[in-house]
Write a protein that binds this ligand. Structure first.
Ligand SMILES: [Zn+2]
Length: 305
């Protein structure tokens, strides 16, 4: 089964996003105050958790939280239950935690493995959407304030004669497992600037304006590692709203063995055989973050030989 067919961390959320409801403010207002509705509070990109995980607020506490929240956004439906998220970032951390009936705040990435995958996906979704609202308070065209609408899935410039619509921003990046030429069973891993000694991962970079994903793969591999690649094939994608990423995974084949790192983003790059990677795993060096598509690209490749 290919990478694209299996769910990566932060994907496969249990919510029906119920897009058509975003255009129906009357229904959304009614749902907001229904007794069964769930509100997920967040504080500056962090989940608010109690002893069981991220708190899910019922009607009474939700009303209190909403009154203090910067934005409240509609995430979708869990069966018949409407799910909203509210941003308590304007409060000091302790006040936000207390108001939510939580015990502390924590980054969702620190909870992966302990949370149900669907819950991690919904927390990441809420985090990314609320983060965008905090970053997009004004119109970039005329500088007037922008007002949230569409259940929190757009903002509209309030400037006279402007009215520009602003949509949540996603920043795509490519991540690539490069194989050596000639089916020699080696892949290219690099040590990134700032990474610990001996910590290697696949190569990645942001997609630029006017560039296809495949173009970005070819450019990044040349710029960062001095490697020309061919046979660029899609492997799968991963939501990475930390704060606004979308990781798009590829494989590619190098046309030569020669590697020449840029010395800035990459400090070192070298070819590894599967046996070498297995030895690294056996000696306690993980293949990237367990929640990342980097890890998935490498484990899929290892499983093939
Ligand atoms: Zn404007």
């Amino acid at each position: 089964m290919g990478t694209a067919e299996r769910v990566l961390a932060y994907g496969g959320g249990w919510l029906d996003r119920a897009g058509p409801l975003r255009a129906d403010p009357t229904t959304l207002d009614a749902l907001l105050t229904e007794s069964t509705t769930v509100l997920l509070p967040m504080w500056r990109d962090r989940c608010l958790v109690d002893g069981h995980g991220p708190v899910r607020l019922g009607a009474e506490r939700a009303a209190l939280v909403r009154s203090a929240a910067g934005e409240t956004v509609f995430l979708g439906l869990d069966g018949e239950t409407a799910v909203f998220a509210a941003d308590l970032s304007e409060l000091p951390e302790r006040s936000a935690v207390e108001m939510a009936g939580a015990v502390r705040s924590v980054d969702v990435r620190a909870l992966v493995g302990r949370l149900e995958p669907g819950d991690a996906a919904v927390q990441a979704y809420a985090r990314g959407l609320l983060h965008w609202h905090r970053q997009q308070r004004f119109c970039g065209t005329c500088g007037a304030p922008a007002v949230a609408g569409g259940g929190g899935h757009l903002r509209t410039c309030a400037g006279a004669g402007c009215g520009r619509l602003l949509f949540p921003r996603i920043e795509p990046a490519i991540i690539v497992l490069v194989e050596a030429p000639g089916r020699s069973g080696r892949c290219l891993l690099a040590r990134h600037a700032g990474a610990a000694e001996g910590a290697y991962s696949t190569l990645a970079g942001f997609v630029e304006v006017g560039e296809s994903l495949e173009d970005a793969v070819r450019r990044e591999m040349t710029e960062e590692a001095g490697v020309t690649v061919a046979d660029v094939t899609y492997q799968g994608s991963q939501a990475w709203p930390f704060p606004a990423g979308l990781m798009v995974g590829f494989r590619a084949t190098a046309t030569t063995d020669e590697v020449r790192v840029d010395g800035e983003e990459l400090l070192e790059a070298r070819w590894f055989t599967r046996a070498q990677l297995r030895d690294r795993v056996a000696s306690g060096r993980p293949l990237g973050r367990a929640d990342s598509i980097d890890h998935r690209l490498l484990t899929d490749w290892l499983a093939e030989g």
